[in-house]
Ligand binder design. Structure first.
Ligand SMILES: [Zn+2]
Length: 201
């Protein structure tokens, strides 16, 4: 069983986790239209206030963005599992205030708000971010496993790609010309599987 085979079940599982047993009128898991660029090819995003959105090109937006699409891709499935993994980390208390603070430093350094002084995340802050990212993948894996997924190659590839992308970003951040590197190459503020070749919160 591949992850995509269980996409609708994963979607419902994430909704129940976010909304409780009596689901909200409007799905808190939904598609969001966003034009992909080479630097920001899409992905998904978890907001601790209680929603997950999956980015799609405007031309690929489903008719109803609040229902799991029939043409769900492997990348979307992996990212939904991963973002839900972040939610599980929050509810289990492993998403710590220290991590949130480190993420704030990272996000601001990646896309400096106007007039705000920013700094590169320290090695300790980078480690906190990588650790939460890794945990979200491992939580996502457990969810899919409970949904009887048995084929893991694509999921593991996506996980590895994402974590290595974070490591590369951290390395680049420490270079003096990061400002320009950032503008040209960094993912946008949301989480993205960089260059499907090469995803915040
Ligand atoms: Zn993540």
């Amino acid at each position: 069983m591949r992850p995509t085979d269980r996409f609708p079940e994963l979607w419902i599982c994430a909704r129940r986790g976010l909304e409780g047993q009596s689901l909200s009128r409007l799905s808190s898991v939904y598609y969001y239209s966003k034009q992909a660029t080479p630097c920001d090819p899409g992905g998904a995003e978890y907001e601790p206030a209680g929603w997950i959105r999956i980015f799609r090109e405007p031309s690929r937006m489903p008719q109803n963005p609040f229902h799991p699409a029939e043409d769900a891709t492997m990348v979307e499935t992996c990212w939904l599992a991963h973002e839900y993994g972040h939610h599980l980390s929050k509810t289990r208390g492993t998403r710590t205030p220290e991590y949130e603070a480190a993420l704030g430093v990272f996000s601001q350094f990646r896309a400096p708000p106007h007039g705000v002084e920013v700094r590169c995340p320290t090695k300790a802050e980078q480690a906190l971010i990588l650790s939460e990212e890794s945990l979200a993948w491992s939580n996502g894996y457990s969810v899919l496993k409970d949904l009887r997924v048995t084929e893991w190659t694509e999921f593991e590839d996506e996980c590895e790609r994402s974590l290595s992308n974070y490591r590369t970003t951290f390395q680049n951040m420490e270079k003096p010309d990061w400002g320009r590197v950032c503008a040209d190459n960094a993912p946008a503020s949301s989480e993205a599987p960089l260059e499907a070749a090469d995803g915040t919160r």
